[in-house]
Write a protein that binds this ligand. Sequence first.
Ligand code: FNR
Length: 186
Amino acid sequence: MSERFHIVGISGSLRKHSHNTQLLHNAAALLPEDFRFTLADISVLPLPIRIWKVNCRSGEAVCRAAAFGEWLLISSPEYNGQLSGALKNALDWASRPALQTPLAQKPVALMGATPGMGGTGRAQVGIRSLLFALNMDSVNRPEFLLPQSHTKFDESGALTDPMAQQIMQQLVDNLVTKIKKHANEQ
Ligand code: FNR
């Protein structure tokens, strides 16, 4: 079956053995056959603070996602109770050009992993208000917070916690449903 839909994953962590990046790979394995998954490399995006006229370079997956209609799946760590600077920078890039952001109305789902006890709950509150500011169409349920993430994966990077697997499956299913509904309406 050819892949009709392309989901771009954004990990808010640039750490080599990131639990959030592992979570995205686990979620990608749950997608139906007609979906393709790309993990965006947001480490290449320079800080645009000095450039007012930021233009999405089509070479960057996160910009391509914004510009050419793909859908987003975000997994974020929690840094000092908020989202990471790398994730905010990536979404700022993808939010351009101003007032015509290609992110508007685009389905997006959110999850997060941390070795801490809070499961990135505080960060996700901030990220959801950012997605609202970007006028994105967020999957609001289930909320997927993964605490003590260092105990939840095996050596191969597979998620081992049954409750987390169940919630992630539900999140992926709800994102797929929203994407297909959007596609049928266009
Ligand atoms: C953290 N970490 C952290 N964790 C948490 O649960 N709440 C927090 O507020 C913070 N604050 C924080 C600040 C900074 C600057 C760093 C570098 C880290 C720990 C963080 O969740 C941990 O590094 C995770 O492993 C990040 O996810 P990845 O890299 O495994 O995907």
